[in-house]
Write a protein that binds this ligand. Structure first.
Ligand SMILES: C[S@@+](CC[C@H](N)C(=O)[O-])C[C@H]1O[C@@H](n2cnc3c(N)ncnc32)[C@H](O)[C@@H]1O
Length: 424
């Protein structure tokens, strides 16, 4: 082994491709250019990184984003003046590895100094000095303990009471892969070497032995990634076989596909036409059909009312911080208020699509009362033709709130608010 003058002892000569990819991806996500899942998927496939390297890159990207507020707190006293965004991405990833991934200190310092040099993202001397000294933030604040701003921790405490501390700690854990499997899906996965570790609400928790897209179960339309809390939303609709249903704000159509698989006749309405492309591809893979229409649901949709309507409304995503940790840096109380106004308009237009005697299920992957129980109580006050009904057993732990309930985001589950509203 040889060393360049001035390098820390043990500094590798070649930068780790997994860490380089992770730092580049973090820089993109932190600049607001892309969501973590999209940026990481693209980078992993264009750089053909697989196996352990892909695993490490994924761990660093998601882990750094999950711990972001705590990492910023830890780095702040060590940085003077403005730190360039590229240097920030590199230092945050290095601090995450040292403080929370527990990579040995000397390895972190030498790996990130090498990266700084080869990527030209930060002065190597700065990286060396900062990563040697950085320590876990002290104190009892939610930021230091759970990497959450105070206002968000307060909301979680108000909703989950005694369970809030466990929820906040669990939101820092890696997101497990949940797969809804049909027919021979489970057999195919296990034959290939994947392990089914348990199930919640009829969705399997799976440790894959290869990328999902390379499994036969996925390729043959017998597996769909989905969080059990999303499936609980569909349970709130009751039996689906043979039912005509509107899936409003249908996005890339995951719930539409699951409802079609369950035998429903689905019309899915979504604002962004490009999301229909993903929905179509997925529906084809799963061997089912749904009608896809592009429509802005802040305007009434001129269609015949149906007995079942699902409004899975656009929301803050605050119940999905484990899977989408980048949301943390975009969430503000003001953004939540704007979303609540949008949800109110969408609910009003959804009401017009429910046939007399029919059912409207409202859901958001949010744990903020403004987007959940407050929205529903305002809706019920303005629409006396609707009344709330108790939810059936959703197969998951829930906390009742107002006319509906929150799922509890523990053990890899997302936090959703779900309400069932009957039209007289
Ligand atoms: C929570 S996502 C839906 C996820 C989807 N139900 C699924 O399971 O795949 C909400 C969707 O609402 C869409 N949306 C936002 N504003 C809208 C509007 N004014 N009209 C219709 N859809 C809208 C967003 O583009 C997003 O795809």
């Amino acid at each position: 082994m040889w060393f360049r003058p001035g390098w820390p002892i043990n500094a590798p000569v070649v930068a780790s491709p997994a860490r380089a990819l992770a730092v580049r991806t973090l820089h993109k996500v932190l600049s607001g250019d892309s969501y973590a899942a999209t940026a990481l998927d693209r980078a992993l496939s264009s750089e053909k990184l697989a196996g352990r390297d892909a695993g490490l890159a994924t761990h660093i990207v998601y882990g750094t984003l999950r711990y972001l507020p705590a990492l910023r707190l830890a780095l702040e006293p060590l940085l003077r003046g403005k730190t360039a965004p590229k240097a920030q991405a590199l230092l945050l990833a290095g601090a995450f590895e040292k403080l929370y991934l527990e990579t040995p200190d000397h390895a972190v310092v030498s790996e990130y100094v090498t990266l700084a040099r080869s990527m030209r993202f930060a002065p190597p001397g700065l990286v060396n000095a900062v990563l040697r000294r950085v320590q876990r933030p002290q104190g009892n604040s939610p930021e230091a303990r759970y990497a959450l701003p105070d206002w968000l921790a307060e909301q979680l405490r108000a909703v989950y009471g005694d369970e809030a501390e466990a929820v906040m700690a669990d939101l820092l854990m890696p997101q497990p892969l949940w797969l809804k499997v049909w027919d021979k899906g489970a057999d195919l996965l296990e034959t290939e070497g994947s392990v089914i570790e348990g199930a919640r609400a009829g969705v399997d928790r799976v440790a894959l032995d290869r990328p999902l897209r390379h499994t036969r179960a996925y390729q043959e339309g017998q597996a769909q990634p989905v969080n059990p809390s999303s499936v609980a939303v569909l349970s709130a609709l009751g039996p689906l076989k043979g039912q005509k249903i509107y899936d409003l704000a249908g996005g890339a159509g995951v719930k539409a596909a699951l409802m079609a698989k369950a035998g429903a006749k689905v019309t899915s309405a979504e604002l962004h036409a490009h999301k229909h492309e993903s929905a179509r591809t997925n529906l084809r893979r799963l061997g089912v059909r749904a009608e896809l229409i592009t429509h802005d649901l802040t305007q009434p949709l001129d269609r015949e009312p149906r007995p079942l309507v699902l409004l899975d409304a656009p929301c803050s995503g605050s119940g999905t911080l484990r899977a989408h940790p980048e949301i943390k840096q975009r969430l503000t109380p003001g953004a939540v208020t704007e979303l609540a106004e949008l949800q109110a308009k969408l609910l009003d237009n959804a009401a017009g699509l429910v046939a007399p005697g029919g059912l409207l299920v409202y859901s958001v992957c949010s744990v903020f009362p403004q987007e959940g129980p407050d929205r529903v109580s305002a809706f019920l006050a303005a629409h006396p033709e609707f009344s709330a009904e108790p939810l059936p057993d959703l197969g998951l732990p829930v906390v009742e709130a107002g006319a509906g309930a929150y799922t509890v985001p523990l053990d890899g589950l997302d936090g959703f608010y779900i309400a069932r509203l009957r039209r007289t």
